[in-house]
Design a protein around this ligand. Sequence first.
Ligand code: PEP
Ligand code: MN
Length: 453
Amino acid sequence: MVYFLNDEETFVEAASKSSASYVMVTIYGKKVAIAWPDEEAPRLSRGGSCLSIRRPYALSSRDFKAEDTVVRVGDVEIGPRGLTVAAGPCSVEDEEELVELGASLKRMGADMLRGGAFKPRTSPYSFLGMGENALRALQRVRDELGLPVVSEVLDAGSLPLYKNVDMLQVGTRNAQNFPLLQALGDFNKPVLLKRGMSNTVEEWLAASEYVLSRGNGNVVLCERGIRAPGSSTRFSLDVGGIPKVRRLSHLPICADPSHSAGERDLVEPLTLAAVAAGAQMLLIEVHPHPESALSDGDQQITPDAFGSLLSKARALWQLVTRVEVRERDELESRVRNPVRKDEGGGGRGDASLPFILGGKEGVDRAGRAQGRGAGPIAGAPSVALPSSRRRESKEREGSHVDAEVAFKRGLHQAGLDHSLWRRDGKRCCRLRISDLHEGHKACGGANNASGCR
Ligand code: PEP
Ligand code: MN
């Protein structure tokens, strides 16, 4: 039972007279009390309104928080507005090699560098990681390349070593190490929580609750494959678990196709399956010479293979997100509405797609600032994102601001990829979301009324 407190004193007084246990937590800007068992609810509810969640998890559920959570790791966002990619070696093996790899991964579009420092190996005689030296190497990448870093922590006692690590990974073997999860709740850095290899979705969400119930809401769930009898891969990536988790929980979801695959040729297809299923982040093992890697050599891919995988994954994400966005009535009705030149004063730039969608969102300003005049748009105008204040207030209203931003990003990308929209200065093109690509094909990018409705 979760109580939204409006009178803390009354709640505490009622709780002290009952046999209920409770914890107070401030999370996502709300102060709540979680009390159990549910049977005690009537006695306690005088101190606030309450929400009965008869499940082993509450704070991670959509009943508690309907809108998607965005976890921020440095300047990187993980959530519905983009596909975030962390890549790097299973284990850090050499500082110079790591810096070089980090630079090429960054060039290819990775958002974060992953690298194992303390490795949980099945046999104690396997390579157990470079420990603190690896953490120092990661810190160098972070300082020199500005890439946030993610690394696995094995036990609560080592947490002080991780002060320069931006996101802490909990591996599958520790997914139900409850004291570690509680310590991470107190440590208050973003957590990448892998699914225990034999855990149900419910157990996984309950594990996240150990972090959330200490006030740390920055948890990303990571599907890394589960043990399944007769599986053809090292672990079975539970593709269906991805949309299921998104339905049950507001927390962002990451997929780790590397550990599910166990062999490098399967990493790309599993990545694409995960993105199609709704993964918002990817964790991919990349090594400059996988064949000589000291751990997980069979599944690590080369930087070149990563570059190719990443461009396919991003293209697929655009497509999937476009489909998601298409379902949002509010946005669709906005796009269907005609926007005439005289409504925005855009002049020759009016025919550009971002202007048409722009309305009062600021996109029109960005659009107009770019290349007036006829001819293809050389570089699409940048997409203005809503200010955080505006976003917060829209989120409070329960609006679809995330979808809106994702959609605009998609358009932005389409403009860049295809030089899709011309500004001919003559016609104002109206476009429906469903016409985004079809219209392009029909008009060949010429942006006339017959091609684009
Ligand atoms: C890893 O990420 O290198 C790792 C050990 O992962 P998992 O806990 O999923 O096996
Ligand atoms: Mn590994």
